[in-house]
Design a protein around this ligand. Structure first.
Ligand code: HEM
Length: 738
C-alpha cells in the first residue's frame, strides 16, 4: 500500500481530529491517568523488591561482563569493549534528571520510550539497550539494568565505584508529565535555538535564563551542545551552559568536573562519516527495523564508519582503563580548532604525537582531540582550578568521581529504604539522600493514638482548619518524580519549608508550637511521639471530628512510625525546589500566562500520584474543612465549614447563579451573586474548574449527588490517607504508585 506521508488520515484507533486539536487549551488530565494498571503487564500486586531478591547479582555481573567484552559483528565494539558505550547508556538515562521538579532520571526506564529513545543525543544507544534482559525477566527492571550495566562496566575497566542500589521500577509508557521544552524542532537542526532562552541569542550571557524546569540547552540533548552553544566553538560560553545545566541536576562545580572528566576518561565519540548517510531515528524508522534507528548507509555502517554525534574525538591513551589521561591531555596539549568529517567543530592537538589508539586498527594511532565542552573545563577559571587539583591528585579525583557518579545514578531514587541488593554502601546516607534518623522509640500503641487525638483536639489554638492545612503542607511536598518530600522527617518545621509562603509561616509556627506542647506532655508520661507523626495525627483527628459533625462516623487510617529529621540532615538549597508556586488544594498562589493555576493544580496532583477522582474528592473535602492556606473563604462553598460534607460540589453544581470575574484579579478570583445581586460565594480557578471542565464536572456530579454523602467522605479519607503515606517506603508492603 502507499502509506502517504505522516501525519496521515486514519479512520480507526483514535484517528481523526480530536478534542485536543479543536480546543488545544483545554485542561489536560492525561497525566493523572498514566501508568495505570491497564498498561502494566506485571499487575498491581507485582512486588519488585521480592522479585529482585531472587537475583544472583554476582552472576548478573558476570553476564554483563561477558556481553561487555564480546564484540558483535552487527555493532562491533571499539577497542573490543562496550564498556564506554554502557557508561554513556547509564549516564544518558540518569542525566535527564533535574532537581527543580525532580523529573527525568534513570528511575523509570524511560529511555525505552519516545521521545527519549529517539533523541538525537541518544543516537545508537538503541543498540546498547538490547542484550541481557531476557534471562532475568521481570526480576530485573530495565531501569536498573541500564545503570547497573554502566556501573559494572566501570568496575571492569578498573574504577572503584562507591556502590550500587537496585530498586528502580519500570514504567510501561512514556511519562507525559515531563516538560521537555516548547521547541518544534530537535537538536541539531535547531541551530538557532532561542525558544528556551526567551528569545535571547546572546549565549555568553543567557545561561541562567534557561526556562524552568528544563535541564538542557536544547530539545533532544541531555545537557549541553558538545560543539559549544548553538554549535559555536566558544569554550568559556560552553562552561557557562555546563554550570547551569549540571547545577540544575543538583551538582556543584567539583561534582560537575568530576563527572565530565571521569566519564570522558573512557571511550570516544563517533563521527567518522557524513551525517547525510544516517537514516531516521527509531520512532521514525520503518517497521522492519524493529525499534532500531540511525541506520548508517556508508560502507559497513558501523565500526570505523560509525556515526553517532558527528564528532570524531578520542580523549585518552587508555580509553578502556580508569586513568587520569583525559585531564592529562586536557591540560598538557595545545588544541587547535578543526572540523570533524561531518563538518562539526572540534579540537585537535596538531603539534602532539599520534599516541591515542585507533578503535579498530591495532598499531594505528591518532593525535589527542577534545570537544568544545571538554575545553570548558580548561578555560573556565573555576573549572580549571578543579581540573588541576584532580590531575595532581588522582586518588582525590577517583574519590570525588565515585561519589558524583553514585549520586548521578541514584539521585531520583528517594529514601534509602528503596535501595536493594548487596552493593548498597554501608556508610551513613549522604546529604542528597535526605537522611532520617533511626526511630529511637517504639511505635505508638492504639491506646496512645486515641489519647493523643483527644489531646490534640483539646489543645488551645488547634482547630480543624489549621490541623488539616498543616498536615497537608507537611505530606504534600512529596513528589513521585524523585520521591523526595513528604511528612516523614517533619521537615516542615525546618528551613526552608517552615518559611514556604504556602505554609503561612505565622500560622504554621503557632500550630507547631501547640503540637510540641502536646508532644512534651505526652513525653512527660514516659512515652515518645515524633512531631512528624503528631502533624499527621492532627489531620486525622481533625477529619474524624469533621466527619462526626457531619453525622458520619469513620476512622482515618494512620500509620505511625515517622521520625524527626534535624536541620543538618536537610539540604536546604535543594529542598527549596519543593516550594509550591501555587497549591490549588489550599487555594494558595496562582499560575502564569503560560501555566494556568488549574494546570499547576493538575501537575501537583500528578506528582502526588492522584487519579482524577482522587483530585476531585480531595478538593471538595479540603474546601469543606476550610483548609485554605490563609483561612480565607475562597471556594469554601458551604455554610458549615469544618464539617466533612459534600457541600462544595452541591453548591458548585446546584447553583444557577452567575459567576463573574472579580475586577483586577486577572481572572484568578470569581464571585457569584444571588437573585438579589448579593455576593454569595467567591472562588478561585482551582475551584471553578470542577464545574467548567467536562470530565472534572462529571466527577463532581458523582460527589455532589444526594446519595454520595458517605461515598464522598470515605473516598476523601482514602485519598487523604494515601497522600499522608506517600513517602512511607519504610513501611512493609508500601508500594509506589509507579
Ligand atoms: C561520549 C558529550 C558528559 C560519558 C560522548 C559523546 C559526546 C559527549 C558528544 C560522543 C557520542 C558518540 O558520538 O558516540 C558530552 C557532553 C557532556 C558529557 C557535552 C557534558 C558537558 C558526560 C558524563 C559522562 C559521559 C557526565 C559520564 C559520567 C561518556 C562516555 C562516552 C561519551 C563514556 C563514550 C561513549 C562511547 O565510547 O561509545 N559524550 N558528554 N559524558 N560520554 Fe559524554
Amino acid at each position: 500500500p502507499d502509506f502517504g506521508t505522516c501525519p496521515r488520515k486514519s479512520t480507526v484507533a483514535g484517528g481523526g481530529t480530536r478534542s485536543r486539536q479543536w480546543w488545544p487549551c483545554e485542561l489536560n488530565l492525561a497525566v493523572l491517568r498514566q501508568f495505570s494498571e491497564r498498561s502494566n503487564p506485571l499487575g498491581a500486586d507485582f512486588d519488585y523488591a521480592s522479585a529482585f531478591s531472587k537475583i544472583d547479582v554476582a552472576q548478573l555481573k558476570k553476564d554483563i561482563t561477558a556481553v561487555q567484552t564480546t564484540s558483535q559483528d552487527w555493532w562491533p565494539a571499539d577497542f573490543g569493549d562496550y564498556g564506554p558505550f554502557f557508561i554513556r547508556l547509564a549516564w544518558h538515562n540518569a542525566g535527564t534528571y533535574r532537581a527543580i521538579d525532580g523529573r527525568g532520571g534513570a528511575g523509570q526506564g524511560q529511555q525505552r520510550f519516545a521521545p527519549l529513545n529517539s533523541w538525537p543525543d541518544n543516537a545508537n544507544l538503541d543498540k546498547a539497550r538490547r542484550p541481557i534482559k531476557q534471562k532475568y525477566g521481570s526480576a530485573l527492571s530495565w531501569a536498573d539494568l541500564f545503570v547497573f550495566a554502566g556501573n559494572t562496566a566501570m568496575e571492569n575497566m578498573g574504577f572503584p565505584t562507591y556502590g550500587f542500589g537496585f530498586g528502580r521500577e519500570d514504567t510501561w509508557q512514556s511519562d507525559e508529565g515531563i516538560y521537555w521544552g516548547g521547541e518544534q524542532e530537535m537538536f541539531p537542526e535547531a541551530l538557532n535555538n532561542v525558544v528556551r532562552y526567551n528569545g535571547s541569542t546572546d549565549f555568553t550571557a543567557r545561561a541562567d535564563q534557561l526556562e524552568s524546569p528544563l535541564g538542557a540547552v536544547s530539545m533532544g540533548l541531555i545537557y549541553v551542545d558538545p560543539r559549544g552553544p548553538n554549535g559555536t566553538p566558544d569554550t568559556k560560553a560552553s562552561a557557562l551552559d555546563i554550570r547551569e545545566t549540571f547545577g540544575r541536576m543538583g551538582m556543584d562545580d567539583e561534582e560537575t568536573v568530576a563527572l565530565i572528566a571521569g566519564g570522558h576518561a573512557f571511550g570516544k565519540t563517533h563521527g567518522a562519516v557524513k551525517g547525510d548517510n544516517i537514516g531516521p531515528e527509531p520512532n521514525a524508522a520503518g517497521i522492519e527495523l524493529q525499534g532500531l534507528g540511525w541506520k548508517n548507509s556508508f560502507g559497513s555502517g558501523n565500526a570505523d564508519n560509525a556515526y553517532t554525534s558527528g564528532l570524531e574525538v578520542i580523549w585518552s591513551r587508555t580509553p578502556t582503563k580508569w586513568a587520569n589521561e583525559f585531564l592529562f591531555s586536557l591540560l598538557n596539549n595545545n588544541f587547535t580548532l578543526t572540523m570533524s568529517p561531518d563538518g562539526a567543530p572540534q579540537w585537535e592537538a596538531l603539534d602532539a604525537n599520534a599516541s591515542y589508539p585507533d578503535p579498530f586498527i591495532k598499531g594505528k594511532f591518532r593525535r589527542p582531540t577534545m570537544l568544545t565542552s571538554d575545553l570548558g573545563l580548561r578555560d573556565d577559571p573555576i573549572y580549571n582550578n578543579i581540573s588541576r587539583t584532580f590531575l595532581n591528585d588522582f586518588d582525590y579525583f577517583t574519590e570525588k568521581f565515585g561519589l558524583a557518579w553514585y549520586k548521578l545514578l541514584h539521585r531520583d531514587m528517594g529514601p534509602i529504604a528503596r535501595y536493594l541488593g548487596p552493593e548498597v554502601p554501608k556508610q551513613a546516607p549522604l546529604i542528597w539522600q535526605d537522611p532520617l534518623p533511626k526511630p529511637a522509640y517504639t511505635t505508638l500503641a492504639d491506646s496512645d493514638i486515641s489519647s493523643l487525638k483527644q489531646q490534640i483536639l483539646a489543645a488551645p489554638g488547634l482547630n480543624v482548619s489549621n490541623l488539616v492545612t498543616t498536615a497537608w503542607g507537611s505530606a504534600s511536598t512529596f513528589r513521585i518524580s524523585d520521591k523526595r518530600g513528604g511528612a516523614n522527617g517533619a521537615r516542615i518545621a525546618l528551613q526552608p519549608q517552615v518559611n514556604f509562603a504556602a505554609n503561612n509561616p505565622p500560622r504554621l509556627q503557632a500550630v507547631l508550637k501547640a503540637l510540641k506542647g502536646v508532644q512534651t506532655k505526652f513525653q512527660a508520661s514516659g512515652k515518645k511521639v515524633s512531631l512528624a507523626d503528631l502533624i499527621v495525627l492532627g489531620g486525622v483527628a481533625a477529619i474524624e471530628k469533621a466527619a462526626k459533625a457531619a453525622g458520619i462516623t469513620l476512622t482515618v487510617p494512620f500509620t505511625p512510625g515517622r521520625v524527626d529529621a534535624t536541620q543538618d540532615q536537610t539540604d536546604a538549597s535543594t529542598f527549596a525546589f519543593l516550594e509550591p508556586k501555587a497549591d490549588g488544594f489550599r487555594n494558595f498562589g496562582h499560575g502564569t500566562a503560560s501555566s494556568l493555576t488549574e494546570e499547576i493544580l493538575v501537575d501537583k496532583a500528578a506528582l502526588l500520584t492522584l487519579s482524577p477522582p482522587e483530585l476531585t474528592v480531595l478538593i471538595g473535602g479540603m474546601r469543606a474543612l476550610s483548609a485554605n492556606f490563609d483561612g480565607s473563604s475562597t471556594g469554601i462553598l458551604t455554610s458549615r465549614p469544618g464539617q466533612l460534607t459534600n457541600d462544595f460540589f452541591v453548591n458548585l453544581l446546584g447553583s444557577y447563579s452567575t459567576w463573574s470575574v472579580v475586577n483586577g484579579t486577572n481572572e484568578e478570583l470569581f464571585q457569584s451573586t444571588d437573585s438579589n445581586g448579593k455576593v454569595q460565594w467567591t472562588a478561585s480557578r482551582s475551584d471553578l474548574i470542577f464545574g467548567s471542565h467536562p470530565e472534572l464536572r462529571a466527577l463532581a456530579e458523582v460527589y455532589g449527588s444526594s446519595d454520595a454523602k458517605t461515598k464522598f467522605a470515605n473516598d476523601f479519607v482514602a485519598a487523604w490517607a494515601k497522600v499522608m503515606d506517600l513517602d512511607r517506603y519504610d513501611v512493609k508492603g508500601h508500594r509506589s504508585a509507579y
